[in-house]
Each structure stands twice: as C-alpha cells, then as structure tokens.
Unconditional design. Structure first.
Length: 318
C-alpha cells in the first residue's frame, strides 16, 4: 500500500464528506493505493455516523471511535498503530489542510528519502492576535530548545516513513513534537514544505490559548526526557551532590570560625544563631531529596508498565 492517511477529528460532521471526496479524487488521479483512517476522538455530533456511512460506501475508509475525548496525541497513536502504508500522511479534518499537497509530500519521502516532512503554513488565515503571534513565539522556543529547525511545529499536515511512526511513542500532548521525537529516535532527515492553509469552512476551532501554555510545558517535558529520560539519576544526582557540597562547605566554615574564636578567646554565639547553619541544613535536606528523586526515577523507569491510555468503543474496516 502506498499511502495511509491518518485523520484525528472532533465534531467535524460537516467537513467529513467533502474531505473524503477530495482525498479520493487526489488518490485516484495519481493512481495511489491508499487507506483513510478516521479517528473520532469522542465527538458528540454525527461524525461517527458519517464515518460509518463512508466506510460502507468505500472500503478504503477505516474508522476508530474513542469512548470519550482523549486528545489528538492519543488519536494519532491509535491511527499510527493501524496504518499500513509505506508513507503515512497526517492531516486535520477541518478542510484547512489541502489533500492536493499529498503527492508532493509523498514524493519527498519516497524519492528524496526524507524520514519526515512537515508542512509549513507560511500564509495563515487565523486570527493574528490569538493564534498567529503565539504560534510564532511557540515555534521560536521549540526550535531553540529542541534543535529541530522547523518553522511550523503545529501544522497537522505531515508525511512520515512507516518505520518512523512505528518507532516513536506519541503520548500526552506530544503531537506537536513528533519531529523532535523522531530525531531523538534516530531519524534525522527531516524536511519542510510550504503548504496551502485554507480558512475554516465549517464550525469553530477546537483549540484555545491554553494549547500554547500546554505546548510550552510539553516542550520542557520533552527536553528533559530527551536528555535524562533514560538516566534520571544523572540530573537529580548531580544536583544532589551540588547541594551536599554547599552544605558541607557551610558546615565546615561554621566549625572553623567557631574553633578560631574559641582558641582566640573571642566571645562566640550558638551555632543555631548563625545563618549559615540553616543554609547548611537546608541544602543537605534538599540534596537528600534530590538523591531520592533520582533513585525513584530509576526504579520507575525499570518497573513501568504500558498502561492503557485510551479506550476504543467501535471500529470499522479494521
């Protein structure tokens, strides 16, 4: 199979028939063998009924329905697990991503040997204040922190080799950072393509300003995991040693000053009246806690189990 198109969605009943027709037209024109995997992330409208109707009419259409809303990352994870194509295309269901971009993305992966190609919505039709400006700030921070120099991490239109999506773990809200996850997994040839961004035709955006706050928090998480996820003691242990050194030096300084004053006949104060005593005590306690955090991290890492992150209520053609 040439292409698997993975489409997570939430309450997009108006867009689905038009999107399906558009994709089929592109696939037929280029004579691709394909599958379309819709992942209904707990829609409360008629989205699932439309997916079932499309799947009855077109065996290339497959569907997964979540019991409730679990988030885009979980939807992509479920779609990636079922995708069988040589190239996997992800796109949003709101018609803002153009299926006409698929052939170029496919060729960049297959003919130019990119592991991953990310879309770049250079010209956007979103609100400049609530979406464009925060998005630019977010992308700048992501580039600086991750070392992956893409202009648009948030673009849902991406193309992957099958081996890439089978070897990365998309969890939490990490869908924005799939290129970073791919790089950390050893897939370093990451490309970018300017793609058409269309104004939303139906409904309203499902994303608010909170996604950018969550995005920055996820960025910190992925930075930490990429460097210390397999060796948490290296971070917490080093910080603990630093705290212990500060504590021991402070304690030593207090003792030396106390002895000098005693032998010199100067009046001395109680150790507990010296501010350095509390600095030494506090840093040694913090050092102990950091060591314990490192040990706990190592234990959890070695004993963690793969927990179920979402529940599927129905499937079609899968």
């Amino acid at each position: 199979m040439n292409i698997s198109i993975v489409i997570p969605l939430l309450n997009e009943q108006e867009s689905l028939p038009e999107l399906h027709q558009w994709i089929v037209k592109v696939m037929t024109t280029h004579n691709y063998s394909y599958e379309i995997i819709f992942i209904d992330d707990g829609s409360t409208d008629e989205s699932w009924q439309i997916i079932e109707k499309l799947s009855n009419e077109d065996t290339n259409v497959k569907g997964i329905r979540f019991l409730r809303n679990y988030g885009k990352s979980q939807a992509l994870h479920a779609g990636f697990a079922k995708a069988q194509g040589d190239v996997i295309i992800t796109m949003d269901a709101d018609l803002q991503d153009s299926p006409d971009e698929i052939p170029d993305l496919y060729n960049m992966v297959m003919n130019q040997n990119f592991d991953l190609v990310s879309g770049w919505k250079k010209k956007r039709y979103d609100n400049a204040v609530t979406k464009n400006l925060p998005s630019k700030l977010f992308n700048w921070a992501a580039r600086k922190t991750s070392g992956v120099y893409l202009n648009d991490f948030n673009c849902g239109l991406k193309a992957y080799k099958n081996v890439v999506i089978k070897n990365i773990e998309v969890s939490g809200e990490m869908h924005r950072y799939i290129p970073v996850l791919a790089k950390n997994a050893g897939f370093g040839k990451i490309g970018e393509k300017v793609v058409i961004h269309q104004a939303r035709k139906y409904g309203e955006s499902k994303f608010g300003m909170s996604r950018f706050i969550n995005g920055f928090l996820d960025l910190i998480t992925i930075w930490f995991l990429s460097r210390y996820g397999k060796r948490p003691m290296h971070l917490f242990g080093a910080a603990g040693v630093l705290m212990f050194i500060i504590g021991f030096l402070s304690t030593g300084f207090i003792i030396v000053v106390k002895l000098i004053k005693l032998y010199s006949g100067f009046e001395t104060i109680l150790v507990t009246q010296n501010p350095l005593f509390y600095i030494a005590l506090t840093t040694m306690i913090i050092g102990t806690q950091l060591f314990l955090a490192g040990f706990l991290g190592e234990i959890i890492l070695r004993t963690k189990s793969n927990e179920e992150r979402y529940k599927v209520s129905e499937k079609v053609n899968l």
